[in-house]
Design a protein around this ligand. Structure first.
Ligand code: GTP
Length: 359
């Protein structure tokens, strides 16, 4: 029981990714380019490296995009199936909805937007040694106030699930990765929206199920917000977050070989540059994600930002902490900062005007 080859992986990828709009208007969050690959590909590589080969994706929003890209998974050495929710069923409903595709008694479920370094086999080992019905990965974070907290007893048994609070009694938070005994998945109500965090897990505790935590303090990041998305991508590029796809290639920047980078360009802080992107002389990019087919004119300075596919950035523009949507144009000498989000196709003319969402 619980050997990786006898474990199904289920990945929840059906969310709308509203916090990352406008990047997610056309592309589901797990498919956004992160350190040169769709984010989900890093997770699939970790699953494969752990020895799990059968993967079921629970899709809904922009469901077709996943199968178009990954197909049957054979190129990745995996066997991938897709189950589409016509109406999004929530995290619990999404897990219930894949039940008849499962092959094994042990099922490892992943949120499709979490980046972490935890050894997946270690979580399976905890599940086996505790003879658990459900094992949750819990990560210890310096500031747990923004997350649901999950206290455990001395044996690692989960005591309760707490909503976000200003005064959390523990620094252990739900890390978005769970190992289920398959029978429990059948107990989740089918055909309606269910939140695994708010409904299913508390019910398991009420029912006296054996719910355990696998606690560690490894690297962990929810990629749901723009600042975390940028930081997660940069941490992958720099090797702080580990991906099997980037072994031997980590450093200050990751530049696709088809990109054109002019002389005197400085790329630092884990910046990644996508296919066919052109960067003009003297530009400086720090901790920034640049998707495919972007044009950056000479002398631009960009920090802590995401530049989506096909955008153009004018000469000497300065962009800090912003999201620039697909095909948007930022004029020469413009200054954008403070979490500004520019919608796809928007044209900000050359004029040196300063825009800031917190001005
Ligand atoms: P926000 O709208 O920005 O909160 O993002 P999200 O929609 O992705 O929600 P959240 O970050 O809470 O979701 C966590 C994970 O569960 C992500 O990988 C989502 O794709 C996935 N997810 C959320 N809701 C559903 C759903 O209804 N069905 C399925 N299959 N997956 C879901």
């Amino acid at each position: 029981m619980a050997h990786p080859s006898e474990t199904d992986a289920v990945i929840l990828v059906g969310g709308r990714g509203t916090r990352l709009r406008p990047l997610t208007v056309n592309t589901p969050k797990p498919m956004l380019s992160t350190a040169g690959y769709p984010f989900l590909q890093h997770l699939l590589a970790r699953i494969k490296a752990a020895g799990i080969t059968h993967v079921v994706m629970g899709t809904s929003y922009r469901a077709e995009v996943f199968e178009e890209y990954f197909g049957d998974g054979s190129e990745l050495g995996l066997e991938i199936e897709y189950v589409v929710e016509e109406e999004a069923l929530g995290t619990g409903g999404g897990i219930r909805n894949v039940h008849d595709r499962l092959r094994h008694d042990t099922v490892m479920v992943f949120n499709g937007d979490v980046l972490c370094n935890t050894d997946l086999v270690g979580i399976l080992d905890t599940h086996r040694s505790k003879e658990a019905d459900l094992t949750m990965h819990l990560v210890r974070v310096p500031d747990p106030r923004a997350f649901g907290c999950v206290p455990t007893d001395d044996e690692g048994r989960v005591l309760e699930f707490l909503e976000k609070t200003e005064d959390p009694p523990t620094d252990q938070i739900n890390a978005g990765c769970y190992v289920f005994r398959r029978e429990l998945i059948a107990e989740i109500p089918s055909g309606r929206v269910v939140s695994v965090e708010r409904e299913t897990f508390p019910q398991f505790l009420t029912d006296g199920k054996r719910v355990f935590g696998h606690v560690d303090a490894a690297y962990w990041r929810d990629m749901g917000r723009p600042d975390d998305f940028v930081r997660g991508s940069s941490d992958l590029v720099r090797g702080i977050a580990h991906s099997p796809l980037l072994e031997g290639r980590t450093g200050e920047a990751l530049v696709d070989e088809s990109a054109g980078v002019a002389g005197g360009v400085i790329l630092v802080g884990g910046t990644s540059v996508g296919r066919g992107t052109e960067i003009g002389a003297g530009s400086r990019l720090d901790d920034t994600v640049v998707f495919d087919g972007v044009t950056i004119e000479p002398g631009a300075v960009i920090e802590d930002s995401i530049i989506a596919a096909g955008a153009t950035i004018g000469a000497n523009a300065r962009i800090t902490g912003c999201v620039i949507g697909e095909g948007a144009h930022i004029g020469a000498r413009c200054e954008l900062q403070g979490g500004l989000r520019v919608w796809p196709g928007v044209n900000i003319p050359d004029n040196g005007v300063r825009f800031s969402s917190d001005a």
